[in-house]
Write a protein that binds this ligand. Structure first.
Ligand code: FES
Ligand SMILES: [Fe+2]
Length: 444
């Protein structure tokens, strides 16, 4: 079980908190590159409980900094994005993307002390169409995590952001909780009505699968397994990767190159950042699942409708369905079992369930079951790493050696391989499609 105190350690992400410090060791996907226009309006960016702004300067460089002007704390969100920096509209002081004060307009030249003033700026880089921010204090910047999706050319990466109104942990745990699939998403589906090659077939034939769960170099991993025919096993592998990433099984293992981040905006709000290889086979690349007679399976509707972005701290990439409209709950569809949950759309079902727990789950209220072992192991792994950092300055996994993330892959496959599960994984991974082929070694 997780105590109330551990729950606080796990879920609080602001400056100085234990988990907040852990997350600040890593590069964080913070915005879409397209949100920032050269010399365009800055955006308000809430990240790990800090109120920041982001803008793109005349040269195309991205600046991310505390929104408060170091002079007298007016918000730089209101600033003028001018030639090579942002100028506070209160007294006209100007800062470049690194936070250097480059003009102290309101001070006579002989009293100018701009070289002594620095806005609190964080380093930012761009990769895969995303702005990544480093909020830690290391003098030497760590490399980006070596996810396989970052090997893919930018134009082959699909980028999706969706805000979720709850703590990052409960959102993330929904993704490593394979036991809910046969209920929340497919509780109304009779396996006899579904073609055997449908991606949902095996998950509904055996709704209570067995699992293997283990720590792995990049975090934790589970393998759910169910019999598939005479001699084969249907496997679903998934990963948690430090500090807030997951790889889910909803795609063919051989090409399911992706990574999903649950980036804390503050303790009660999270930005889902989904990077997916467009050429991989997954739920997002396939048509809506249907019954044998061709009717679409209820509840698997596509499309997440976003509200227009606003300039609010929490105004980006919000769904039009939320607690205020019961996430579009259709009680008639629920009652008739056209849709088990009554909510249409797999992502929206997950959104509704995790937001319904409240902004931060009260962990002391839970009754965890053996089917939750991936969740308990992941919490433990996060807690241990965060405490080791706090107490002994031990850097968490993947900061110094980001290459450990490269071997993370998830997905489903049917196999008659009788080996131990982690060897089955290694063999599948070796045989999988890799977007950037490993260079051939020179002949010896
Ligand atoms: S508060 Fe920004 S220049 Fe004075
Ligand atoms: Fe789900």
């Amino acid at each position: 079980m997780t105590t109330a105190a551990e729950g606080r350690e796990l879920t609080q992400v602001g400056p100085g908190t234990m988990m907040g410090q852990l997350m600040r060791q890593y590069w964080i996907p913070a915005a879409q590159s397209a949100e920032l226009v050269r010399d365009g309006a800055p955006i308000r960016l809430m990240l790990l409980g800090e109120k920041l702004i982001a803008f793109r300067d005349t040269a195309g460089r991205v600046g991310v900094m505390d929104h408060r002007c170091p002079h007298r704390c007016a918000s730089l969100f209101l600033g003028r994005n001018e030639e090579g920096g942002i100028r506070c509209i209160y007294h006209g002081w100007k800062y470049d993307v690194a936070g250097n004060c480059v003009d102290m307009a309101s001070v006579p030249p002989h009293q100018d002390f701009k070289h002594k003033v620095k806005a609190k700026a964080y380093p930012a880089v761009e990769s895969a169409g995303v702005v990544w921010v480093y909020m830690g204090s290391a003098e030497k910047l760590p490399p980006l995590p070596a996810f396989e999706i970052l090997d893919v050319p930018d134009d082959e990466v699909s980028v999706t952001f969706i805000q979720r109104d709850c703590n990052y942990l409960q959102a993330l745990e929904g993704e490593i909780d394979t036991a809910h699939f046969g209920y929340l998403h497919a509780g109304h589906v009779d396996p006899d009505d579904v073609p055997e090659d449908s991606p949902v077939y095996h998950t509904i034939t055996h709704r209570a699968p067995e699992y293997h769960v283990a720590d792995v170099p990049w975090g934790t991993q589970y393998a759910a397994y169910r019999p598939a025919g005479q001699d084969s096993i249907y496997w679903r592998f998934a990963n948690f990767l430090f500090p807030f990433w997951v790889q889910v099984p909803a795609g063919e293992f051989a090409s399911h190159v992706h990574a999903r981040a649950w980036v804390p905006l503050d303790d009660g709000h999270t930005m889902f950042c989904f990077l997916r290889w467009k050429r991989g086979v997954s739920a997002q690349s396939q048509p809506q699942p249907s019954y044998k007679d061709g009717r679409p399976i209820g509840g698997t509707g596509r499309g997440n409708n976003l509200l227009p972005n606003t300039t609010d701290w929490l105004g980006r990439f919000r769904l039009d369905k939320n607690e205020s409209n019961d996430w579009g709950m259709n009680r008639a569809a629920q009652q008739s079992s056209e849709i088990y949950s009554g909510i249409d759309g797999v992502h929206l079902q997950d959104q509704a369930i995790t937001e319904s727990m409240g902004p931060v789950t009260d962990h002391a209220w839970e009754h965890l079951a053996p089917s939750d072992q991936m969740i308990t192991r992941t919490r433990r792994r996060l807690l241990m790493a965060a405490r080791a950092l706090r107490d002994n300055n031990v850097l968490p996994p993947g900061v110094e050696h980001p290459e450990i993330f490269h071997d993370g892959r998830s997905g489903y496959f049917v196999s008659d391989d009788k080996g131990p599960w982690q060897e089955v994984y290694a063999r599948q991974l070796a045989a999988a499609v890799h977007p950037s082929p490993i260079p051939l070694r020179a002949a010896e």
